[in-house]
Ligand binder design. Sequence first.
Ligand code: BGC
Ligand code: ZN
Ligand code: ZN
Length: 355
Amino acid sequence: MRAITTIPPGGGVKLSQVNEGSSSGIRIKTHLTGICGTDKEIAAGKLKFARPEVGQSLILGHEAVGIVSETSDDAAFKEGDVVVPIVRRPGKCRMCQLGRQDYCEDGDFVEAGIRGKNGFMRDEFVENAEYLVKVDNAGILDLAVLTEPLKNVMKMKEIFQFLRLRIPWYCSDSTLSCKNMYVFGTGTEGLLISTVFKELGMNVVEVNRHPLGENVLNYLENNKIEYLDTSAEKLDRRVKEFSMDAAVDAVGAMDVFKEITDNINSNGIALMFGTSGQLPSSNYEVLESIVDKNVAIVGSVDGAKIHYSEAINFLEAHGKGMHMEKLITGKYEPEDLKVFTEREKGEIKKVIAWS
Ligand code: BGC
Ligand code: ZN
Ligand code: ZN
């Protein structure tokens, strides 16, 4: 069968012929796989922790939706079921054994298509039922390719809801409608974060350093999400008008971290998700403002099985109403390997169609 492979940590991508071997489990025909920053970084040889499962080459792909083609007597899944596979597989630590490998304590886990386990960019794969999540509504078959990136946001929402209970942190009508959330980064993950917090009832401002492309602008406007291009208007000017109650960084650059800590309100909540840059080892002013303002800063990576289910429920309940299909801006063939290196105009999420 066809598979998109790379040689980590050096990178490169190739469409190869591979054999599945004779593993037992549920056989799934891949429908769509999504491409994200992590895949592009692996392909470019920039992700240091990328590593193969065996030998030298790794099958890429951690964002997928597929259809069950063969199953044993396992009652959990039947032929034709639409399923999304889980990326991270547990190691032996306490959190992993509790099914919360997203909070792994020793790093002894593997991630399909990223580190230590072959991914889903191939015609078919065989899985253990434990690592599959069912999509009951086949009407969201294509949209379900967004489940994996969206599950990261569901975990962030859970952390946010927990942190805001530190103090009575809501508006006089008991909703979050007077609270402003600034989201830094307009890639798919940034847009999914904005979508989820908008649906939660917050006033969301998407922040970008450059003018936004038409696709992104239309998406934001359709969802009544505010936006700010900091090359045209300074962040602190907008913050004077709409104070920064909460922020999410989906970029991962130090200057974004400083912009958040400089501008966030007392008792604010900052969720750090991006990892493309480096945080400083010491910066006294930043530290002082975090402490003095009681700011809660939390890093968040990955998500648990429950967050995949929540993501599927979100896509089913709000996918259509919030125009989420518009996030998928291109469908490609497995042969089109340039998707890993070239950026299309107006690109948000590119997907590869396997069937
Ligand atoms: C995935 C996460 C994963 C992380 C780091 C992200 O793209 O969505 O599930 O933990 O990469 O490898
Ligand atoms: Zn991804
Ligand atoms: Zn662990």
